[in-house]
Design a protein around this ligand. Structure first.
Ligand code: HEM
Length: 388
């Protein structure tokens, strides 16, 4: 069984997933204390099964995690129907495909400007960090614009968000837990003050829309923070992991340069090939059978999205990066009622970043092997140094 803190495993978890998959769809992971679904069929079943839900359990002790719990207890991601349905309906319109298509020009302008900054930094210093200049700021700027918060607060929101999501990993230290609570408290008061300002002077942003809805004050804060966090945590890592994959499979980078029509299928393939979000847990609300494995009521099972993404039953030569891959039934955005509400937006952002990069920096190359972050659930890089 894999050890989610082992650097060798983290460098390339896919052989370990393949070995597990060859022995069965679902396995009990002693270290994590949950069952894990490693095939595409089993992961899909976990995400769709109505006897498996996202059942929030407050972090303990309650008095130490007041803000962290407030943000999660009231979030649509951590709720099931009917609360989930009500919360999701309120934001679904703003993130719908039609609405998001209208954001394309704004996202393209931001991406082009950031790639120009990256090119200038490379020209000045010989190399630059693509995460710092493009992958990190682009999704933050877009979600800040949508929610009507100042883009200059972006870097601080990233820090807070990074501290909060550490809690989704396994074996978090006491220090890490306290840091997550402090970040949650700061995020709560930040969003409360933005909401107070919007209540005074409404705009055409999502926070103003939410203020006009029937959300409770805590639901409003939790929804806004979820959007601000989810709006960049995964996208930054699709860009980081994905661009690394393209530059290490140079033929696929060259193929994209030669065939811009492959942009959309390239986006899907990058999400599949090195999943930014590796595991999502569900709790059984009744005894549930997944591919013959019984999850007793009250127990948990995780869908390993990265393992599902390399299942040869569904993907031809799953370990090959193929930017023209169609169909591409990856589970990177989830499935079922929690299916990623931001998927249309994420696709537009990733396409805009790739398009600006291929156009302005066709000679883009890695400088050394990019260092990984030591986390398993959110899979990403610490830095992505490039030159051109
Ligand atoms: C490529 C980037 C992204 C990936 C791979 C991704 C992936 C996912 C996945 C797998 C889920 C389902 C979680 C589960 O089933 O437990 C999800 C849910 C969600 N995502 Fe994303 N996401 C991305 C970008 C975004 C963006 C840009 C937003 C912007 C607002 C966003 C907002 C959300 C929200 C609000 C949910 C919760 C939906 C619900 O519970 O009904 N995501 N995302």
């Amino acid at each position: 069984m894999f050890d989610p803190r082992d650097p060798v495993f983290l460098e390339d978890p896919y052989p370990a997933f393949a070995a597990l998959r060859s022995r069965g769809d679902v396995h009990f992971h002693e270290g994590l204390g949950i069952a894990v679904a490693v095939s595409h069929a089993a992961s899909s079943a976990v995400l769709r099964h109505r006897g498996l839900g996202r059942i929030w359990q407050d972090a303990q002790p309650l008095e130490r995690f007041a803000s962290f719990n407030l943000l999660h207890r009231n979030s649509l991601l951590e709720n099931e129907p009917p609360a989930h349905t009500r919360l999701r309906r309120l934001i679904a319109g703003a993130f719908g495909r039609g609405h998001v298509q209208r954001l394309r020009p704004m996202v393209a302008t931001l991406a082009a400007r950031m790639v120009d900054d990256l090119a200038a930094a490379i020209a000045a210093d010989g190399s630059a960090d693509l995460l710092e200049h493009l992958a990190q700021p682009l999704p933050v700027a877009v979600i800040a614009e949508l929610l009507g918060v100042p883009a200059t607060d972006g870097p601080r929101m990233v820090q807070l968000s990074n501290a909060i999501v550490k809690m989704y990993e396994y074996g978090v230290s006491a220090e890490g837990r306290d840091a997550a609570e402090r970040a949650s408290a700061e995020f709560v008061s930040y969003v409360r003050s933005v909401a107070a300002a919007r209540a005074e002077a409404p705009g055409d942003d999502i926070i103003s829309d939410l203020l006009r809805s029937e959300l409770t004050p805590d639901e409003l804060v939790a929804t806004a923070v979820l959007l601000l966090m989810a709006g960049h945590e995964a996208t930054v890592n699709v860009l980081g992991n994905g661009i690394t994959a393209l530059l290490t499979h140079r033929d696929q980078w060259e193929r994209l340069l030669a065939s811009p029509a492959l942009l959309d299928s390239c986006v899907e393939e990058l999400i599949r090939f090195d999943a930014p979000l590796q595991l999502f847990e569900r709790t059984a609300t009744e005894d549930v059978s997944i591919c013959g494995y019984v999850v007793p009521r009250g127990e948990k099972i995780g869908a390993l999205l990265g393992a599902a993404a390399r299942d040869p039953e569904v993907f031809d030569e799953p370990d090959r990066l193929d930017i023209g891959r169609t169909p591409n039934a990856h589970l990177g955005f989830g499935l079922g009622i929690h299916y990623c509400v931001g998927a249309p937006l994420a696709r537009v952002e990733i396409a805009a970043a790739l398009s600006a990069l291929t156009e302005k920096l066709p000679g883009l190359r890695l400088v050394g092997a990019p260092p990984r972050r030591p986390e398993f659930v959110i899979r990403g890089l610490r830095e992505l140094r490039v030159t051109a």
